[in-house]
Design a protein around this ligand. Structure first.
Ligand SMILES: Cc1ncc(COP(=O)(O)O)c(C=O)c1O
Length: 419
């Protein structure tokens, strides 16, 4: 076996002989060393566990997947349009697919992207990775909501950004606290927010806060990255206007079809200033080069056929029902002093247990009780969240919700008794 060399020609440690296991981590890039990633891996690993009631992953319910329609469309695309559907595509996405996505934005958010302002991505995380790769240097401050989607923390940390959290409350990001930090000298390049039915809290940013955030971005010159992963999944009323529709000059919108169509067809979009989109297109050339053409065309045909909007109506009703069942179960089973959010859309309820509970330490007891949640800590860039946990109701069968929460309630009660 040839010994591995680093760029200076020196041997990487652990490469001494072919029968010694190599210490590959010794050669890990500095920017990668501090990345955990274990939480997301653990969530995905649990995805297949059949004997655990799992509130952990943000998975759509497979009952919403349109299998018959997709089987028919896929068959037709493969036999009738292989030159496009099975071929490489333009990095920014197939023109007809961008046209469809643009029309959908115009209908849903009241603004159509201008030329060069829209690209197709491989789900939402692709957009976050492209933006982090293109715009963050080591040490650049990036502000996120505390708590926030841990994939976003990882994307920005992956490029050594200095990720700072600003708390959220029932009206979303605390723009007053952000304003204080900006006045005190903080100069972020990027502020990442999930304004609608946020992951992990389920909370939504109010219309006044949206206006305040935009004013701050214009005043201090930072880019707002608006993640709208759950925006279309409102229960009764749509959330306030999207930040991108309000301020396309200072907002890049990262969207995904994973939660409303299906994550197996990894599709998403980025909409924002043309100058930024053109940079993301260059960055994408060096990652997956283009999002899969078959998936793009499937999405387009599915959407143009009116199926996506019909799927959405059914999904909203399903998730609204699950959220209500989960809230009822929490009321019935968790110990006094525990609080939780009341989402009006999306996949998540965020639970805060009384002081003294450590939800990371409790995950083992939960596993033993055959129930799973995600502990609060990984959702914060700092050290908060010890007493908190995220519950995803999106993929738990109606009839298992009460039993699952009964188990979590018992685990919490035992922990409190042992305090
Ligand atoms: C807020 C948010 N953004 C992005 C993503 C990732 O989306 P995708 O699976 O399309 O990459 C998720 C998935 O959980 C999410 O919750």
């Amino acid at each position: 076996m040839t010994a591995a060399l680093d760029q200076s020609g020196a041997r990487l440690s652990g490469a001494a002989s072919s029968d010694t296991p190599r210490a590959w981590d010794a050669g890990l890039a500095r920017r990668t060393k501090s990345l955990g990633g274990g939480e997301i891996t653990a969530i995905l690993a649990l995805a297949g566990a059949s004997d655990v009631i799992t509130f952990s992953g943000g998975f759509p319910d497979p009952a919403t997947f349109p299998t018959d329609v997709l089987a028919d469309l896929a068959g037709r695309l493969i036999t009738q349009d292989p030159g496009v559907a099975l071929q490489y595509s333009a990095t920014e996405g197939i023109a007809s697919v961008r046209d469809y996505a643009s029309g959908r934005l115009a209908a849903a958010q009241g603004r159509a992207p201008a030329a060069g302002e829209l690209m197709i991505t491989s789900g939402g995380i692709d957009c976050l990775e492209l933006i982090a790769k293109s715009y963050t240097d080591a040490g650049d401050p990036v502000v996120v909501e505390a708590p926030t989607y841990l994939g976003a923390i990882m994307a920005f940390r992956g490029y050594e950004a200095d990720v700072r959290g600003v708390p959220v409350d029932g009206d979303g990001l605390r723009t007053d606290l952000l304003a204080d930090q900006l006045a005190a000298g903080l100069r972020p390049k990027i502020l990442y927010t999930i304004p609608d039915f946020q992951n992990p809290t389920g909370l939504t940013m109010s219309a006044p806060r949206r206006g305040e955030l935009i004013a701050l971005a214009r005043r201090y010159g930072f880019l707002i990255v608006e993640d709208v992963a759950y925006r279309d999944l409102f229960f009764e009323h749509p959330p306030p206007p999207s930040l991108w529709s309000m301020a396309p000059d200072v907002v890049l919108q990262a969207g995904t079809f994973s939660k409303i169509f299906c994550p197996g067809v990894r599709m998403g979009w980025a909409a924002g200033p043309a100058e930024i989109i053109s940079r993301l297109v260059v960055a994408k050339q060096n990652s997956d080069q283009c999002s899969g053409a078959l998936g793009q065309r499937l999405l387009e045909e599915y959407g143009r056929g009116g199926y996506l909007e019909r799927q959405l109506v059914a999904s909203r009703a399903l998730y609204a029902r699950r959220a209500a069942l989960l809230a009822d179960a929490l009321t019935a089973h968790v110990p006094a002093g525990t609080t939780w959010t009341a989402p009006r859309g999306g996949f998540y309820i965020w639970v805060t247990a009384p002081d003294g509970v450590d939800t990371v330490a409790l995950s083992a007891a939960a596993r033993a009780a055959k129930v799973a949640y995600v502990p609060g800590r990984p959702f914060y860039p700092g050290d908060d969240g010890a007493t908190q946990l995220r519950l995803a109701y999106s993929r738990v069968a109606d009839e298992l919700i009460d039993e699952g929460i009964r188990r979590i309630g018992a685990v919490l009660r035992t922990a409190l008794e042992e305090r």
